[in-house]
Design a protein around this ligand. Structure first.
Ligand code: SF4
Length: 419
């Protein structure tokens, strides 16, 4: 009997398929029959393939079959990789693909002209908040696929960016989605901690995938702060807002406390929708105080709900002008004594730093190579001058060489249209 398990993974058995779960968040479905057929073709023996306690079990003692199957799985993994939560196909970006990691907002690095660098290792979310600005999570209407960037490759680009930007950086792990879905999250924090130009490592999270072990690992790796998205302290309302019926508010609240206890600062970051959860503001403040959030940084980061073109914009949420929102925050500061609630970059030790020079000018027409499909309909990703360009309204295919007019360059995120 052969019992097989690959590094950082386990198997799940279903009726006709065997699912490899790799690093918590990625999966690949293999057909049981295909595996058995591959063995039959190669070794001329009939075997039965099953799963027991996370192991792939084959009723043979032939060690060559074990090696063959390990190779077979690794060989087919790339094409079958899916996000465990969104169920979407995953494109795994590694060094050999020659994909620049600057220029696109869904993965890679973003420099917005300060000492903070956004680090985006993956896309995809385990929640489906009814107000999500990027229409993320399972059953998204607009997102077609997910990306995961290999950690060594991401760090290589980070190192280059960090050298350009200088010392005293904040590496902020965020995503179009949930950063904890990044399969190498702990290793990423650890490597950033060791980078001589990084002073602070912070992360955005909805907290659902945290557990005591992961909190400990993140703390040991050197994570400084989590901006935790909690939008209601009422379990039923929270479920409604997060769009997932088994969303466990209590677990997230416990994890908030666990983070603080492990030495990771917490900033509670509710999205405020007036008429929906603005009445909970004082309860959020109370909760933040109780768990000891905001030790080095502000304890609360109330965000004003804004509708987005490709986001989910629920009818129950009434957008409120920022002037009104700030007035509301000022009143709250006065009433509760919790300050600051109106957050400024200096509260986070953020200050302007020269941008990495732009690679393109607005209006410029450049020759680019289409290298990846985009995440939404009509979007393709092209590269030129070692930068990515999000090409919209495109029907180009991967491999095409096209001319692109750059229509947007803000913060080094390049958007172009075909000409
Ligand atoms: S708002 Fe954040 S947590 Fe909610 S679905 Fe979107 S990416 Fe996920």
């Amino acid at each position: 009997m052969i019992k097989l398990r690959l590094p950082n993974s386990y198997f799940e058995g279903h009726e006709d398929t065997i699912t490899l779960v790799w690093r918590r968040t990625l999966v690949a479905d293999f057909s049981k029959r295909e595996i058995e057929r591959a063995i039959r073709r190669k070794f001329r023996v009939s075997v039965e393939v099953n799963v027991e306690d996370g192991y792939l079990v084959i009723n043979t003692d032939n060690e060559d079959i074990e090696r063959f199957i390990a190779f077979y799985i690794q060989n087919n993994l790339g094409g079958l990789l899916k996000n465990r939560y969104t169920k979407r196909k995953v494109i795994y970006i590694h060094e050999g693909m020659g994909v620049p990691l600057l220029g696109y907002n869904a993965f890679g690095l973003i420099d917005r002209g300060t000492n903070l660098i956004q680090v985006r290792g993956s896309t995809g979310c385990n929640m489906r908040c009814i107000f999500c600005s990027v229409d993320e999570g399972p059953y998204s209407r607009t997102r077609k696929l997910d990306f995961v960037v290999d950690i060594d490759y991401l760090l290589k680009w980070f190192d280059w960016v960090a050298k350009e930007k200088g010392k005293g950086l904040e590496a902020h792990l965020d995503a179009q989605g949930e950063p904890l879905l990044y399969p190498f999250i702990v290793e990423l924090v650890q490597a950033l901690r060791e980078h001589p130009h990084v002073s602070v490592i912070s992360m955005q999270s909805n907290g659902v995938l945290l557990n005591d072990k992961l909190v400990e690992e993140l703390a040991e790796a050197g994570l400084d702060r989590v901006n935790l998205s909690i939008h209601s302290l009422d379990p039923e309302k929270a479920k409604m807002l997060m769009g997932i019926k088994d969303y466990d508010l209590n677990h997230v609240l416990e994890m908030a406390e666990a983070l603080v206890n492990a030495g990771i600062d917490v900033l509670i970051a509710p999205v405020i929708m007036f008429g929906v959860n603005d009445d909970e503001a004082e309860a959020f403040i109370e909760f933040a105080r109780r768990i000891g959030a905001g030790k080095r940084w502000p304890a609360l980061g109330f965000q004003n709900y804004i509708p987005y073109k490709f986001g989910r914009n629920p009818v129950i949420a009434k957008p409120v002008p920022f002037k009104e929102f700030y007035r509301w925050l000022r009143e709250l500061e006065e009433k509760t004594g919790m300050k600051p609630l109106i957050l400024k970059p200096h509260h986070f030790g953020m200050y302007p730093r020269p941008f990495i020079p732009l690679a393109f000018k607005r209006g410029e027409v450049v020759k680019a190579e289409v290298i990846l499909p985009g995440r939404i309909e009509g979007e393709m990703i092209a590269k030129a001058r070692n930068r990515l360009i999000q090409v919209i309204n495109s029907n180009a295919k991967v491999g095409d060489r096209i001319k692109v007019k750059i229509v947007r360059t803000r913060h080094g995120i390049y958007v172009g249209t075909p000409v």
